[in-house]
Design a binder for this molecule. Structure first.
Ligand SMILES: [Zn+2]
Length: 233
C-alpha cells in the first residue's frame, strides 16, 4: 500500500496535514513491527500492482515542505525507509507558504540544496505540478506548463528521471491524464478517500494519513488496505 503524508512537525496539533514526529515514529514502528517491508513507488509501477497482501508499503509526501527534511527523513533513514516526495516545483526555494499556514520559517518549502541533500540520503522525488493550482480549469498552454515544466525542472536539479505525478487537490479528468501521459510520466497517484476512483496507472490509489488519525484509525486504515491486492495497467 502507498501511504500519503504532507507534513511531520511538532507545531500543529489541530492541522489535518500535520502528523507529529512522535506519532509518525510510532506509525513507522508499527509498520515494521507487523512485518511490512518498505518499497519504492518505482517497484509498484514496474509490477503493475499495489502490494497489499504481500505486506509492502511506500511512503509518499505531498507538496515538499521543509519539515520533511527536518523531522521525517532522519527517522526514515534510521529505519531504512526511502520516501518519495511530490514537489510543487514552482514553490521550491521560494518564500511562499500555503494559505492555511503563514510562518515563513516553519511553514516554508524545501529549497533545491535541501532537495539534493535529501536525494543523497535516500529520498526520491516526483512532480506535484508547478504552482499547486487546480488543473481541470486550465487551457492547454497553461496545463502544459503545469505538467511538463516541473518534470524538466526537477530532473535538471536532481539529475534523476521524474516518473510520477500527483494531481494538486486530487483534481483530474481524462484531459489531465492525457497531458500527464504525454509529458512522459509513467504513472500518477490519487488519494481516493471515500470517493470511488477506478484504479489505473494514472490513478494509483494511496491511503491518506492525517493529523487527526490516532494510532487506532491508522491501524484500521492499514489493515483495511492490506486485505486485497490491486492490479492496474
Ligand atoms: Zn498538495
Amino acid at each position: 500500500m502507498i501511504l500519503a503524508y504532507h507534513r511531520v512537525n511538532p507545531w500543529y496539533d489541530k492541522d489535518a496535514l500535520t502528523v507529529s514526529p512522535g506519532v509518525f515514529k510510532r506509525q513507522m514502528e508499527y509498520m515494521l513491527g507487523k512485518g511490512f517491508i518498505s518499497d519504492t513507488l518505482e517497484k509498484v509501477f514496474r509490477d503493475n500492482r499495489i502490494f497489499h497482501e504481500r505486506y509492502r508499503f511506500c511512503i509518499t509526501f505531498d507538496d515538499g515542505f521543509a519539515d520533511n527534511l527536518w523531522y521525517a527523513l532522519p527517522l526514515l533513514e534510521t529505519m531504512g525507509i526511502k520516501p518519495l516526495i511530490f514537489l510543487t516545483a514552482g514553490l521550491i526555494g521560494t518564500e511562499k507558504t500555503l494559505p492555511r499556514y503563514g510562518d515563513p520559517g516553519r511553514d516554508r518549502f524545501l529549497n533545491w540544496n535541501e532537495v539534493v541533500e535529501m536525494l543523497g540520503r535516500g529520498a526520491e522525488f516526483g512532480s506535484h505540478a508547478l504552482t499547486h493550482s487546480r488543473l481541470t480549469d486550465m487551457n492547454e498552454e497553461k496545463l502544459r506548463n503545469e505538467i511538463e515544466d516541473p518534470k524538466k525542472i526537477i530532473e535538471d536539479k536532481t539529475g534523476k528521471r521524474v516518473d510520477f505525478f500527483c494531481y494538486p487537490f486530487g483534481d483530474f479528468d481524462e484531459r489531465i491524464i492525457g497531458a500527464v501521459r504525454k509529458a512522459g510520466y509513467i504513472g500518477a497517484v490519487v488519494t481516493p478517500g471515500k470517493k470511488d476512483i477506478e484504479l489505473t496507472r494514472y490513478t494509483v490509489h494511496r491511503t491518506g494519513i492525517y493529523g487527526h488519525n490516532g494510532l487506532l484509525i491508522f491501524r484500521v486504515k492499514i489493515w483495511r488496505g492490506n486485505k486485497k491486492i490491486e492490479k492496474f495497467y
